[in-house]
Design a binder for this molecule. Structure first.
Ligand SMILES: Nc1ncnc2c1ncn2[C@@H]1O[C@H](COP(=O)(O)OP(=O)(O)O)[C@@H](O)[C@H]1O
Ligand SMILES: [Mg+2]
Length: 299
């Protein structure tokens, strides 16, 4: 089945621990899951290609059906299904601790041959693989006629020894969305304008630097936009960045305007952070998203 917007990543069962001691166990998670929920805020034609075990709880798989998101299972599957602690500090720093094999999680990520032929020409594709694998994926999807590629490598890649791997893929994607704290670790300086300048110099046309409660900085070589965060009650920020990217991809692919991408991203993220786990998608979602877009534009 063909879809307009896709992500490709591992599915993870999250056990969330807040700094207050409050916990929520067994929540559907993983970068791709949060991304497709962020896309689904804006598009009815969304799919996730993911690796997960046969033991994956039925209620997690059912959540995709309920949200109207197509879930495509990759050939190689981690057993048991990947599971992680997500431990938060008061400053919202998150530590991800794998309860299953982290090596297996990365080793058994979906690969090129798992991508359904019809998805290769999607309007937008969100890549969440390690930096070293990005260029090959980008070339494959390009050959299939994909519309727009957004790259968001995992947090563990953001150390100076991976800088060459970033340089190798950045010219082959339209949008790169790193997190501020992680970019500072990768580059060794932390001024947001300097960070986006450096990534633009490395050859990517659009950078969307994510800065938590401070919002995001969207930049091209010619223009920059500061996108504020929406004022919603913050319950659990797990997946905010992935959801932002999913929303950004839809907004940017549909309009060609990076500013619209940033606005859509901020709205998608606001839906992700106001409860544990994933936002409920129902018939009110589109209207609420459009209202938040208006609120954001008036700020
Ligand atoms: N504490 C927060 N308060 C309000 N909005 C937030 C908060 N954390 C994240 N967001 C929203 O989610 C977006 C992406 O989250 P961010 O924290 O930047 O990424 P990451 O998930 O990589 O840490 C932000 O640009 C902002 O719109
Ligand atoms: Mg954050």
């Amino acid at each position: 089945m063909s879809i307009n917007f896709a992500a490709m990543a591992g599915l993870i069962i999250d056990d969330i621990v807040l700094p207050t001691g409050e916990t929520r166990m067994g929540v559907p998670g993983g970068s791709g899951t949060h991304s497709v929920w962020g896309m689904r805020i804006w598009s009815e034609s969304v799919g996730l290609l993911a690796s997960y075990g046969a033991d994956c709880p039925a209620e997690i798989l059912a959540a995709f059906d309920q949200a109207g998101i197509l879930l495509q299972r990759a050939a190689a599957n981690p057993e048991p299904t990947p599971r992680c602690w997500q431990v938060f500090e008061f400053n919202q720093h998150r530590t991800e601790i794998f309860r299953t094999s982290e090596a297996d999680f990365y080793r058994l990520q979906p690969v090129l041959t798992d991508i359904p032929a019809a998805w290769q020409s999607a309007a937008g594709f969100h890549l969440l693989h390690e930096a070293k694998d990005m260029a090959a994926l980008a070339h494959f999807l390009r050959a299939g006629g994909v519309g727009c590629l957004l790259a968001e490598p995992p947090p563990t890649d953001f150390t100076p020894e991976h800088l060459d791997a970033f340089a190798a893929f950045l010219p082959f994607v339209e949008v790169f969305s790193p997190n501020w704290e992680e970019s500072a670790q990768l580059l060794g300086f932390d001024d947001p304008d300097d960070i986006v300048s450096r990534f633009l110099e490395m050859g990517v046309p659009v950078v969307a630097l994510r800065m938590g409660a401070a919002g995001s900085l969207v930049a091209t070589r010619w223009k920059r936009w500061r996108i504020p965060a929406l004022a919603v009650p913050v319950v659990d920020v797990t997946g905010a960045g992935n959801s932002y990217c999913g929303g950004f991809l839809v907004g940017y692919a549909q309009t060609g305007d990076p500013h619209v991408g940033g606005l859509y991203g901020a709205v998608s993220a606001s839906f992700t952070i106001e409860q544990f786990g994933l936002p409920v998608i129902d018939r009110t979602t589109t209207a609420r998203a459009k209202q938040r877009l208006i609120d954001l534009q008036q700020r």
